[in-house]
Design a protein around this ligand. Structure first.
Ligand code: SF4
Ligand code: SF4
Ligand code: SF4
Length: 259
C-alpha cells in the first residue's frame, strides 16, 4: 500500500513551526517510515507537488501569491492542517492590520520600497479566512508532541486531543507559585488555551498568551485584573491581547476592536 503523502508548506511566518516539526527528531524517523515526505523544504530537496494526503501549513496569508498557492494546496490536499498561530489566528504578522503605514515607515526606512511590502495585501489573515481548514494546531509554535499527535491522528483517521482548558490548569498541575496572584505579574494564563505544559510560568516567566484563547475565555475580566492588580495601561492591555490572537473574537474587544 502506498504511504500517505505529507507536505509541510510555508506562508508568512518565521519558520519556527517548521523547526518544531523537525524537533520531533527522535520520532521523525519512525514517522518517515510511515509516510512519504513529499514536500518539506527544510527537510528534503526532493520536493514534489501534490496531491497530498496531509498538508501542514505554517504562516498567515499576506500576498496574492500565497493566497493562490493556498487555494491550490486546498484542492490538492485531503487534510489541510493549520500549523501554529500565524496560520490559525494571524498571530504576529496580523499586527500590521492595526498599524497605519506611516507608523511602519518610522521603523523601516524606505518602507514602501520593501519588495515584499509592495506585493502585500493591506491586511493579513489566518488560513481559515480563505479556505476550509480541517484542524488548527495553535501555539507559537505548537508543542512538538501536539504536532506528533496530530500527524498520528491524521494517519489513523482519529481527531487528536486538543486542550481547551487554560494554561493555569497545567501550571497548577506543576505546582508552580502563581505569578499573577502571588507576585502581581501580568500573566495571560487564565484565558490562554493549554497545550504547552505551562512552559513559561514553569520557568519564572508570565504566559504571553501564545496558544490563543481557551474555550469560553473571559478576556474582559482578566483585562480588568491586569489593569488593577498589575498596573497595565490601556495600551499595554491592547498589546497583550493583540500580539498572538487579536483577530479572534474572544480577544478582539480587548485587542482594540474588530477590524
Ligand atoms: S506561529 Fe510563531 S513560530 Fe510559528 S511561524 Fe508564526 S511566529 Fe513563527
Ligand atoms: S502563573 Fe499564570 S498560568 Fe500559572 S496559575 Fe498563575 S495565572 Fe495561571
Ligand atoms: S505559557 Fe503561554 S506564552 Fe508560554 S508557551 Fe505556553 S501558551 Fe505560550
Amino acid at each position: 500500500m502506498a504511504k500517505p503523502k505529507l507536505a509541510v508548506v510555508k506562508m508568512t511566518g518565521c519558520a519556527g513551526c517548521q523547526m518544531e516539526v523537525l524537533r520531533i527528531e527522535d520520532k521523525l524517523l519512525d514517522l518517515v517510515g510511515a509516510i512519504d515526505m513529499a514536500y518539506f523544504y527544510m527537510a528534503t530537496s526532493a520536493n514534489r507537488h501534490g496531491p497530498y494526503d496531509v498538508a501542514l501549513v505554517e504562516g498567515s496569508v499576506s500576498t496574492p501569491r500565497e493566497l493562490r498557492e493556498l487555494k491550490e494546496l486546498r484542492e490538492r490536499s485531503k487534510l489541510l492542517i493549520a500549523l501554529g498561530d500565524c496560520a490559525c489566528t494571524g498571530c504576529l504578522p496580523s499586527i500590521v492590520n492595526w498599524v497605519p503605514p506611516q507608523e511602519s515607515a518610522k521603523v523601516y526606512e524606505r518602507f514602501l520600497e520593501i519588495h515584499s511590502k509592495k506585493e502585500s495585501f493591506q491586511k493579513v489573515y489566518p488560513l481559515s479566512a480563505h479556505v476550509r481548514v480541517d484542524l488548527e494546531l495553535r501555539g507559537c509554535p505548537p508543542h512538538r508532541d501536539t504536532i506528533l499527535e496530530a500527524l498520528k491522528g491524521a494517519l489513523l483517521g482519529i481527531k487528536p486531543f486538543l486542550r481547551e482548558h487554560p494554561v493555569c490548569v497545567e501550571c497548577k498541575m506543576k505546582e508552580n507559585v502563581c505569578l499573577l496572584v502571588c507576585e502581581g505579574r501580568p500573566c495571560m494564563g487564565p484565558v490562554t488555551a493549554a497545550g504547552c505544559g505551562a512552559a513559561c510560568p514553569s520557568n519564572g516567566r508570565v504566559c504571553e498568551g501564545c496558544y490563543g484563547p481557551m474555550s469560553d475565555a473571559n478576556a474582559s475580566s482578566l483585562a480588568e485584573i491586569l489593569a488593577k492588580r498589575c498596573g497595565l495601561s490601556k495600551e499595554d492591555l491592547i498589546g497583550k491581547f493583540r500580539k498572538y490572537a487579536g483577530l479572534m473574537p474572544a480577544f478582539s474587544k480587548e485587542a482594540g476592536g474588530a477590524i
